[in-house]
Design a binder for this molecule. Structure first.
Ligand code: UN1
Length: 498
């Protein structure tokens, strides 16, 4: 049953608002073409009102005790748990990932909100000794103010919640701009925060394009921090624009994540892992396994296993629990992926798939075959992020070559190795240039209580999730308390030698 097409406005200062003469856009189910929601095309004026509301709400939210903010977040988590089946369906219907993964997306939101709620009773600083007597030194964390959360469509609830929950627990107020094609998921998330008691103005929601709404947010001098997840090109642009205002810009960008398969690997285990890593979410995760680097001794055998299994890998209705892979998220996605498949056909050997699926229900959506290319390292498909169900398989002669190939890309988000050799596993942890390394598991499936992010062009050095998530949204204040009742001079007053 299709989701009812509801009309949404922006959410500003605790109210859903539709500006006069607002233009609208609609989101579309990528499996069926049905409409999912109708949204306002935001303008710079809309952004300005949302930022004003967030700025007005900031002092009271900042001064709400952090454990109290945590209680509200726990209530958000409770309500999201209740809404999980319905919200999971909206994720599938708006974004196209299979229902089990859509429920996982919502679960990842709940996990993180609960985790951050607990952070309300920590938000720890440091205490360190002073070089002077009767003097106390410590750091405390303070919120930044108004923060902008600009999020992608591939994890349409989890990624917004990673940002929003961390920003709120630390006492900031938020303007949230969801990806245009998953605005409904964003709106449903905002409804839950509001129902759970987040005060007016603390979380605001503005829909519209990155080039208008996103850029207006980044340019607004009242916005102190911008947290952005998306493509590398857009990320670089946000970074440069944010630099003009000397803002903290947090970026989570692309990946070209390798699985290394050594000759001593448990091949059936690796088979399940590679399938899930490469074709889960139709390959549209920043963490997706997009390169499989295989030791020559097991290459032929493993490729045979992989292609045999793909023959029984059902692509279709993402709401059907038996489906392995749903559609890709949009017409735009489909076009880009098919372009890469054409590039691949010229520079590499197409081993499996490669076509758009047509006929019957396929004709209503953006369904592609899971696709495997055999390629050498250095081709475009082996180095550029495709963000689709396309796996490049590369043969290598030994571990050293595998690591060289794994590291020779512009990204460094996730990485994995399958081996039974414990020394080799630890060597790989040391050698792989990535923010995340998995041993005997695919490149996807990070848990919220650990830092998430990458090196090289995957970002600009920050991490989301884990306890470090709070760093993105806080300023550190260093405090010196001199209780000697006299002027003491650091570096100048010296103790007599013992
Ligand atoms: C992303 O694709 O940007 O590790 C996020 C994973 C998920 C998060 C992915 N927990 O695959």
């Amino acid at each position: 049953m299709p989701v009812k097409v509801e009309e949404f406005g922006h959410f500003i200062d605790g109210k859903w608002v539709i500006p006069p003469r607002a233009k609208r856009f609609e989101t579309v189910n990528p499996a069926t073409g049905d409409k999912v929601g109708s949204f306002v095309v935001g303008t710079p004026e809309d952004v300005s009102s949302a930022v004003a509301a967030a700025a007005k709400a900031f002092p009271a939210w900042r001064d709400t005790p952090a454990p109290k903010r945590g209680e509200i977040l726990l209530e958000v988590a409770r309500q999201m748990r209740k809404a999980k089946p319905a919200l999971g369906r909206v994720v599938t219907q708006e974004m196209g990932k299979v229902i089990s993964e859509a429920l996982g997306d919502v679960q990842e939101s709940i996990d993180f909100i609960e985790y951050m709620a607990g952070e309300g009773r920590r938000l720890a600083g440091e205490t360190v000794p002073s070089e002077l007597r009767a003097k106390f030194c410590m750091t405390i964390r303070q919120p930044k103010g108004v923060v902008a959360c600009i999020t992608p469509w591939n994890f349409p609830t989890a990624i917004p919640n990673w940002k929003i929950a961390a920003a709120l627990i630390t006492g900031n107020t938020v303007v949230f701009k969801p990806a245009t094609n998953t605005a409904r998921c964003g709106a449903e998330v905002v409804k839950i925060y509001t129902a759970a008691g987040v005060p007016p103005g603390v979380l605001n929601f503005v829909t519209g394009s990155g080039s208008v709404v996103g850029n207006a947010l980044v340019a607004d001098p009242r916005v102190r921090t911008v947290s952005f997840t998306g493509g590398v090109e857009a990320g670089r642009d946000v970074y440069v624009r944010g630099a003009q205002g000397l803002k903290m810009v947090h970026l989570e960008l692309g990946g070209k994540n390798p699985v290394i398969l050594m000759d001593d690997a448990d091949l059936p285990l690796a088979l399940d892992g590679v399938l899930f890593g490469a074709f889960g979410t139709a390959g549209q995760r920043c963490t997706a396994t997009s390169r499989l680097i295989v030791h020559t001794k097991v290459y032929d055998r493993f490729l045979q296993m992989l292609t045999d299994r793909l023959k029984q890998f059902p692509v279709g209705d993402p709401l059907d629990p038996k489906t392995g892979m749903g559609p890709v998220a949009s017409a735009d996605q489909e076009r880009k992926i098919l372009e890469y498949i054409e590039i691949g056909k010229k520079e590499a050997k197409l081993r499996y798939g490669g076509r758009k699926l047509t006929g019957g229900a396929y004709d209503r959506g953006f369904f592609l075959e899971p696709t495997i290319f055999e390629t050498t390292h250095g081709t475009r498909i082996s180095k550029e992020e495709i963000f689709g169900p396309v796996l490049s398989v590369i043969r290598v002669k030994d571990y050293d070559e595998a690591v060289r190939v794994a590291n020779d890309v512009e990204y460094g988000l996730s990485s994995a190795i399958y081996t039974r050799d414990v020394n080799r596993a630890f060597q790989a942890i040391h050698d792989l240039e990535a923010g995340i390394t998995y041993i005997n598991a695919p490149t996807i499936g990070a848990e919220v209580q650990l830092p998430f992010g990458g090196i090289k062009n995957t970002g600009n050095g920050g991490r989301e999730a884990g306890s470090v998530a709070i760093e993105e949204f806080t300023e550190i204040k260093t405090v010196f308390v001199d209780f000697s009742a006299k002027l003491q001079k650091a570096q100048i007053d010296t103790e007599p030698a013992a």
